[in-house]
Design a protein around this ligand. Structure first.
Ligand code: ZN
Length: 294
């Protein structure tokens, strides 16, 4: 079977790794550069522009796989706020002011924090419902669409950030080229994406938490570095982010992996009243990179 060409090196010789019902097609690996990606797309939920019909099918698919518990997600809001704070602190290690663009800014929570910290905060968000919510925040500027559609002039920004967006895109390489264009020379790119070269993927295989229907690319430190370098960036730091998690969220993710065990754990937490307790973890299955536009 012929798979899609490799987005990183253009190679057309990929080897089959596995089928996984949570992914949109076979997981393959480029023999030339090692990039792991979904080699054929049944539905194609990859993000190129907003399509309501596709969003509806994706939501249906996620429901069918029982990947999201709405109640758990809603109660996680205060913890997500702390996650945003940590992200901002990381950005501030490299740049502390100027024009900041977040790609896939959702409801603008991170941008609002960035604005309060003194950045001129801009975002693009193609989903019309979430971008409408983001646009109600007066301290930030949100374009309701994709980065390509926004047509920012060259060298518009001092810093561009993407948190868990790269793996959803139709072509990460094309996105990096556009980011390079809109960043000023010397500007900073910060991004976070799953790490396939982690013990968690080896341990969990097709049940790895990062396998969901709209994830198409799974980078490693090596392939992410190559993507950045070949598109005009110099890597300044590549690490695993620290993440605050509630015991409730841990139980929910455990449920994804093993439903009876997860439910058992959740009942125990409820009995003890420990759902809100938090841990700080540094899971190696997420990569956090900072790079400078050269
Ligand atoms: Zn390749």
């Amino acid at each position: 079977m012929a798979y899609l060409p490799c987005d990183l090196c253009g190679g057309t010789d990929a080897r089959f790794l596995m089928m996984c019902e949570r992914l949109d097609g076979p997981l393959v690996q480029c023999r030339r550069c090692g990039l792991v990606y979904v080699g054929a797309r049944r539905e194609d939920f990859a993000f190129s522009r907003f399509d309501p019909e596709r969003s509806r099918r994706l939501a249906e698919r996620v429901r069918a796989l029982a990947l999201v518990d709405e109640e758990v997600e809603a109660r996680e809001a205060p913890i997500r706020e702390r996650v945003m704070q940590e992200r901002l602190q990381w950005v501030q290690r490299f740049v502390t002011s100027g024009r900041l663009l977040e790609i896939g800014c959702a409801d603008g929570a991170f941008l609002a924090l960035a604005a309060r910290a003194g950045f001129h905060a801009h975002g693009v968000e193609p989903d019309p419902t979430t971008s409408a919510r983001a646009r109600q925040r007066t301290e930030i500027h949100v374009f309701p669409g994709t980065l390509a559609e926004a047509q920012y002039p060259a060298a518009s920004f001092d810093v561009v950030v993407l948190f868990h967006v790269l793996e959803h895109l139709d072509s990460p390489r094309r996105a990096l080229q556009e980011i390079h264009r809109v960043l000023r020379p010397g500007g900073i790119l910060v991004l976070e994406t799953p790490n396939i070269a982690s013990v968690w993927f080896r341990l969990f295989g097709r049940r790895w938490r990062q396998f969901i229907p709209d994830h198409y690319y799974f980078f490693s430190p090596a392939t992410l570095t190559r993507l950045l370098e070949e598109n005009g960036f110099r890597v300044l730091a590549l690490t695993h982010p620290r993440r605050i998690v509630s015991l409730r969220l841990l139980a929910d993710r455990l449920r994804r992996w093993h439903a009876p065990l997860g439910r058992f754990f959740m009942r125990g937490l409820t009995r003890l009243g420990w759902e809100e307790r938090t841990l700080t973890l540094r899971l190696s299955d997420v990569l956090l990179a900072a790079a400078r536009r050269v």
